[in-house]
Design a binder for this molecule. Structure first.
Ligand code: ARG
Length: 400
């Protein structure tokens, strides 16, 4: 009798989670239920499901979570302009709490007593899964095979283990990168990328063209927003999934969204990761620009600090937390007027804002112009400066 009767495993169909099915059956659980979650990674999840059953899972589920991912996770993070350490748009990080939620749903449905993920002890993802489960269902037992199986961390030994247990493997022994992909972007690490001095080889990328290959002529694009949510591309109304999919292709073609970042992990390690997030980068840029057009200065300056906090919460696995919920309440209010259209120019890795309009625009040409249409009260400036500068004037007068 094993310590666990039934365990629900986050299953991708890759080498590690396939080995995890066998390893769990060998060491921990009577029964393994595999769950593959579609976050727009464009993988054959039906094949993954069959593989899970073949490798020994008693049941295998596929959950299409794309709509929920876009509407309840990606869009709120877009409204918070969420980028970790000013750059990373958090594709991997924002997917984890939703995967945790789906696994918990299946655990409840199948009356399982435990859940498992394939993350190692060194990363952020283990924290994101497990803190989510603590928030959602603290009764669940959690097993992290890759944290316990010691020598199987070695890729070659893992492949040998797979061969011994008849687990089909696509990756060869020198398979290079660790990759995570969803609608919001792609994360790539390991292999040669572990040397932060080495330029990432072209084969590390798959969503974006190189700058050399990108077209020599710019492409213009219009994005429409309603209350902080992107709703159209070039005047064509699209649902969130299609809009992000289309934009990934359009912007990827122009080499937009590549990042090479050394980041601070929650567990104290500095790691080097390559990111590709064409749609995310474009939408984040457009959204922020529109916010600045329609919201006043003090609100936007204050929100910037909260936005950074929001990104940290996502990164650190605190999606399911009272602070994130409270910030969403604040953000909802700030998005009431974030409706309008952005005109962007995509060219050789650049996404440049070249035009913006909104029924709520606070831009007032009469106030801003230097020509005859000027409506600004010039006389008011003098008195304003006198009072505005009174504090510093008083300070520096003392002791002169
Ligand atoms: N560093 C990123 C994060 O913590 C991505 C982690 C997963 N990366 C990967 N290549 N599998 O969110």
């Amino acid at each position: 009798m094993k310590e666990i009767k039934k365990i629900v495993l986050a299953y991708s169909g890759g080498l590690d989670t396939s080995i995890a099915v066998r390893w769990l059956l060998e060491h921990k659980a009577e029964e393994v239920v595999a769950v593959s979650i579609d976050l727009g990674q464009n993988e054959d999840l039906e094949a993954a499901k069959q593989k899970a059953l073949k490798v020994g899972a008693s049941q295998a589920f596929i959950i299409d979570a794309r709509k929920e991912f876009v509407e309840d996770f990606i869009f709120p993070s877009l409204q918070a302009n969420a980028k970790y350490e000013f750059d990373y748009p958090l594709a991997t990080a924002i997917g984890r709490p939703l995967i945790a939620k789906c696994l918990n749903d299946i655990a409840v449905q199948t009356q399982a007593d435990a859940v498992a993920h394939g993350c190692t002890a060194k990363g952020n993802d283990q924290v994101r899964f497990e803190v989510s489960w603590l928030a959602l269902n603290p009764q669940l037992k959690v097993i992290a095979p890759a944290r316990e199986w010691g020598e199987l961390c070695n890729r070659n030994l893992a492949i040998d283990y797979a061969a011994k247990h008849n687990i089909p493997v696509n990756s060869t022994k020198k398979s290079l990168y660790s990759i995570d992909l969803n609608l919001w972007g792609r994360s790539v690490e390991c292999g040669i990328l572990e040397d932060p001095w080495v330029e990432p080889p072209e084969d590390a990328y798959s969503l974006t063209k190189s700058l050399i290959e990108a077209p020599n002529t710019p492409e213009y694009l219009e994005i429409g927003f309603e209350k902080g949510i992107p709703i159209s591309l070039n005047n064509e109304r699209l649902d969130g999934i299609s809009l992000i999919e289309k934009l990934n292709i359009i912007a990827g073609e122009h080499g937009i969204g590549r990042l090479d970042q050394v980041e601070n992990r929650l567990v104290g390690i500095k790691s080097r990761e390559i990111y590709e997030a064409p749609a995310a980068m474009v939408l984040l840029k457009a959204h922020r620009e529109l916010e600045y057009l329609v919201n006043p200065k003090d609100l936007m300056h204050f929100k910037a600090g909260l936005d950074q906090k929001y990104a940290e919460l996502i990164y650190n696995g605190l999606w399911f937390s009272p602070l994130r919920e409270a910030l969403d309440g604040f953000n909802q209010k700030t998005q009431q007027r974030v409706t309008g259209t952005l005109r962007l120019k995509l060219y050789k890795g650049n996404c440049i804002v070249v035009g913006r309009k909104s029924e709520f625009s606070l831009y007032n040409e009469g106030l801003a112009t230097y020509d005859a249409k000027d409506t600004f009260d010039h006389a008011s400036a003098q008195g304003f400066i006198k009072l505005f500068g009174l504090g510093v004037k008083s300070f520096y007068e003392v002791g002169k």
